[in-house]
Design a protein around this ligand. Sequence first.
Ligand SMILES: Nc1ncnc2c1ncn2[C@@H]1O[C@H](COP(=O)(O)OP(=O)(O)O)[C@@H](O)[C@H]1O
Ligand SMILES: [Mg+2]
Length: 144
Amino acid sequence: MKIISKSLSDTKKVAEDFIKKLSNQTQSEALVVGLYGDLGSGKTTFTQAIAKIFNIKEDVTSPTFVIEKIYTINDKKFKKLIHIDAYRLDSAKELSALDWERTLGDSKNIIFIEWPERVLEVLPKNHAKIFFKFLSENEREIEI
Ligand SMILES: Nc1ncnc2c1ncn2[C@@H]1O[C@H](COP(=O)(O)OP(=O)(O)O)[C@@H](O)[C@H]1O
Ligand SMILES: [Mg+2]
């Protein structure tokens, strides 16, 4: 499904719909969502919208330099939201240093990962994928 977002509130609506659809699914591992798209296409903004939906009060800023940020959430399905930016990782092995196997094994985790193509080997093959495209200053295409 392709959606054209013309504003931050459109993007927020897309995030809400996405979370709603997830609530009917069950999984035995962490839920991994790959956020694909160029710089400035809206990956971090989308994650911030998700964080709001989960009532995260802290500022959700891009984890470009720290690679990974973990937020505790109070949700029926999920206990932690994990935001990863793989842009600076040179290989999937570097994720292992962040206790990736354990993070992945916990079905109470929901993981949003920017630049997933850089660590594709260690992501579940069937992870959820969202593709972002810059169209104009205020317009983004979001394909789920
Ligand atoms: N419709 C829109 N949806 C999402 N972001 C938008 C939109 N219009 C403008 N923007 C802006 O685009 C930028 C996207 O940046 P960011 O989310 O950091 O991208 P990325 O993480 O993909 O590099 C933000 O400054 C945001 O305010
Ligand atoms: Mg980003």
